[in-house]
Design a protein around this ligand. Structure first.
Ligand code: UDP
Length: 570
C-alpha cells in the first residue's frame, strides 16, 4: 500500500482500533479489511446469495489504492460495536425547553460517535420575549447556542474528533444583529461554525437598499424593520473581521429539497456541504482525482473509464453504508432511510490540475471542473438507478421532485466535502481547494507539527534535478513558488497557491462544482490580509449570482489561531 508518513501518523493516532493502553490492535491494512468487509455485508440484505467476497475485494482495492475513501466515521467505526458511520446530521430545535435539551442530548450522542451536527435556531423566540409558563423572559437563540457549545466542549468526541456544529439563524429573526456579532470574540462559541440564513427577498432588498421585516417566530408577527443593505454590510464586516459568520442561501437549499412535503431544509452539517431535513443524516465519500489520471501521448489526462468504474463502486459502497450503519437514534435511522441520501464528492482536484499542467485560476480549469462533476453526478445517478432496479427506490421516491420515469435508490448523490483528514490519508490536496502552500507545516489536533512537501511539485522538481531541502525551506518561508527565480517560469505559472488566486476565481471554481452537485460544496474563499470589506461584499454578490449555495470566507491572519499557516518554519 502506498501510504505516506503523515497518513500513517493520522491513521495510527485516530483511526485504528486500540487496546486499553492505547496501543493499536489492528494494522492499517487490517482497518481497510474491517471496513470493506462490514460494508460489503449489506449486499446480503438484498440478495441472500450475494457473493460478498467479491464486493469486499472491490471495496478493499478501491480504498487501499487510495482511489476512494469514505468519511472518517466509516473508517473508524465500521465493523465495530459502535458502528456509527455518518459524518453529517441535522437536528431540529423547536421553541420549547424539552426540544432544546433533547437536541443537546441527541447532539452529544452523535458527537461521541464522530459525527457533526447542524441546527437552525430560527424557531426560538427572541431574547426578552415572554415565557408563558413561568412569566419570565426568554433567553433567546444565542444564549442557548452557548449551552450547546458547552455540552460539545465536554464531549470532544472521545478524543478522535472535535465535536463540530453548525448554527444557523434566519436573516429575519429579531436577534439577527446579535447573532452576526456573537463570535466577534472568537474565543467564544468555538465548537460552532455559524451561518446567516439569507433569503432571495433579503438579497433583493439589500441590492435595492430597502427595508425588510424581522418576524418573531413564536407569535409570527413582524416586530421591527431594518434596512437590508445595512444588515448585509454588517454581515460583510463580521466575515471580514474573522470569517464568522458565513452565509447560506436558504431558498436555494429548498429549491433542491427533493421531498418538500416532508418539511423545509433549515440547516446544514458543520462544514456547510450537506443540507438536510431535521433528523436526517448523510454519509459522505470522496474520489481521489489524482488517481483518475493516465498518461496519454506524454501528457496527463483524465481516465474517464476508470472514473466511471470508481463512481459505480463508490455509489454501491455508500448505499451499503446506509444499511449497515448503526444510527444513534431510531428517528434518525427512519428519516435517513426515507430518502437514502448519499454524498459522493472529490478530493485532490488541485493536485490533478498540477499533474495536467493546468493553472487553477484559468477558464480551462473552471470548465474542466464542470465536466468532471457533471460526469460524476450523471454516472452516480445511473448507478443509483441500477441499484433501484434490484433494491428498490428510496421510500419517498414517489412524492419526490425527481423525474418519475426512472426510480432512483438515493435521493441525492453528490456532495463536496472538505476532506480535512481524508486528504491526508489520500496524500492529496483537500476537496476542491487550491494548494494552500507547496511546503508547509500542519498543526494537528494534539499539537504535533508535520512538515509537508506537495508530492506533485516534488516530482516535477526532481524530474529536472532542481529538488533540494534548501529550496523547500525557502518555499515554506515565502509561502508561494511564484517569486522564486530558480524555479522555471512554466512551473511557476502552473503551481499557483491559494493566495496567488483571486477571490473571484475561488468563487468561480466553487460555482463550477456546485452547478453539477446535488447537495453543496465545501469551499473557503481566501483573501489576503489587506483585502477590504468591499472585496468581501463583491464576492458575496458574485457567489449569489453564480448560483452558489453559501459562502465561507477567510482573510489571512484574521484569527489568532489558524489551522494552515504559510511562511512559518522552525
Ligand atoms: N466533521 C466533524 N468533526 C470534525 C471534522 C468533520 O464532525 O472534526 C464532520 C462535519 O459534518 C463535516 C464532515 O464531517 O462537514 C466532513 O468533513 P471532512 O470531509 O473534513 O471529514 P473527513 O472525512 O476528511 O475526516
Amino acid at each position: 500500500m502506498k501510504i505516506n508518513k503523515n497518513a500513517e501518523t493520522v491513521l495510527k493516532q485516530r483511526y485504528l482500533i486500540k487496546d486499553e493502553n492505547g496501543e493499536p490492535v489492528e494494522t492499517i491494512d487490517g482497518m481497510f479489511v474491517r471496513v470493506a468487509r462490514a460494508i460489503a455485508e449489506a449486499d446480503t440484505l438484498h440478495d441472500e446469495k450475494a457473493d460478498t467476497t467479491e464486493t469486499e475485494k472491490i471495496f478493499y482495492d478501491m480504498m487501499t489504492n487510495l482511489e476512494f475513501l469514505p468519511n472518517s466515521p466509516t473508517l473508524m467505526n465500521a465493523g465495530r460495536d459502535l458502528g456509527q458511520l455518518s459524518a453529517c446530521f441535522v437536528l431540529p430545535v423547536e421553541d420549547s425547553m424539552e426540544s432544546i435539551f433533547e437536541a443537546i442530548k441527541q447532539a452529544a450522542l452523535i458527537h461521541k460517535s464522530g459525527g457533526g451536527t447542524g441546527f437552525s435556531f430560527s424557531r426560538l423566540r427572541p431574547e426578552g420575549s415572554t415565557v408563558n409558563s413561568t412569566g419570565g423572559v426568554a433567553s433567546g437563540p444565542i444564549s442557548f447556542m452557548k449551552v450547546f457549545n458547552m455540552a460539545t466542549e465536554a464531549i470532544k468526541q472521545g478524543g478522535s474528533r472535535r465535536g463540530a456544529n453548525m448554527g444557523i439563524l434566519r436573516i429575519d429573526h429579531p436577534d439577527i444583529l446579535k447573532f452576526i456579532d456573537c463570535k466577534a470574540d472568537n474565543t467564544e462559541i468555538t465548537n460552532f461554525n455559524l451561518s446567516v440564513g439569507l433569503t432571495e427577498d433579503f438579497m433583493n432588498a439589500a441590492e435595492a437598499g430597502r427595508e425588510y421585516e424581522l418576524i418573531d417566530p413564536h407569535t409570527r408577527k413582524a416586530v421591527k424593520k431594518l434596512n437590508a443593505r445595512v444588515v448585509f454590510n454588517k454581515i460583510v464586516d463580521a466575515a471580514w473581521r474573522n470569517g464568522e459568520p458565513g452565509i447560506i442561501f436558504l431558498d436555494r437549499l429548498n429549491r433542491d429539497n427533493i421531498v418538500p412535503r416532508q418539511g423545509q431544509i433549515e440547516a446544514t452539517n458543520p462544514c456547510g456541504e450537506q443540507p438536510l431535513l431535521a433528523h436526517e443524516s448523510c454519509n459522505l465519500g470522496s474520489i481521489n482525482l489524482t488517481k483518475m489520471i493516465k498518461k496519454e501521448g506524454g501528457s496527463a489526462v483524465f481516465d474517464w473509464e476508470k472514473l466511471e468504474r470508481t463512481v459505480e463502486n463508490a455509489v454501491h459502497f455508500l448505499d451499503n453504508v446506509i444499511d449497515v450503519n448503526k444510527y444513534p437514534l431510531e428517528q434518525i435511522s427512519f428519516t435517513t432511510k426515507q430518502t437514502r441520501k448519499i454524498g459522493l464528492g472529490v478530493m485532490g482536484w488541485a493536485d490533478s490540475l498540477l499533474m495536467m499542467g493546468i493553472p487553477y485560476n484559468t477558464e480551462e480549469a473552471v470548465q474542466l471542473a464542470e465536466k468532471v462533476m457533471a460526469f460524476i453526478t450523471e454516472k452516480g445517478r445511473e448507478t443509483s438507478r441500477k441499484l433501484a432496479e434490484k433494491r428498490g427506490a428510496f421510500p419517498l421516491f414517489a412524492e419526490s421532485t425527481l423525474p418519475q420515469d426512472k426510480p432512483q435508490r438515493n435521493g441525492t448523490i453528490t456532495t463536496i466535502a472538505p476532506t480535512g483528514t481524508l486528504s491526508i490519508i489520500g496524500g492529496c490536496s483537500s476537496g476542491v481547494e487550491p494548494v494552500f502552500a507547496y511546503v508547509f507545516i500542519r498543526n494537528i489536533m494534539d499539537g504535533t507539527e508535520l512538515l509537508e512537501v506537495n508530492p506533485v511539485l516534488k516530482e516535477k522538481l526532481e524530474e529536472r534535478g532542481l529538488y533540494s531541502e534548501d529550496l523547500m525551506r525557502r518555499i515554506a518561508k515565502e509561502g508561494t513558488v511564484s517569486h522564486i527565480k530558480e524555479i522555471p517560469e512554466d512551473i511557476r505559472r502552473v503551481f499557483v497557491s491559494t493566495h496567488d488566486i483571486s477571490p473571484e476565481y475561488h468563487v468561480r471554481m466553487q460555482a463550477a462544482f456546485q452547478k453539477f452537485t446535488d447537495n453543496a460544496v465545501s469551499k473557503t474563499v481566501n483573501f489576503s490580509n489587506s483585502a477590504t470589506r468591499e472585496d468581501v461584499a463583491k464576492v458575496y454578490s458574485l457567489a449569489f449570482s453564480l448560483g452558489c449555495k453559501g459562502v465561507t470566507i477567510y482573510r489571512d491572519g484574521s484569527r489568532d489561531e489558524q489551522v494552515l499557516n504559510i511562511g512559518k518554519v522552525k
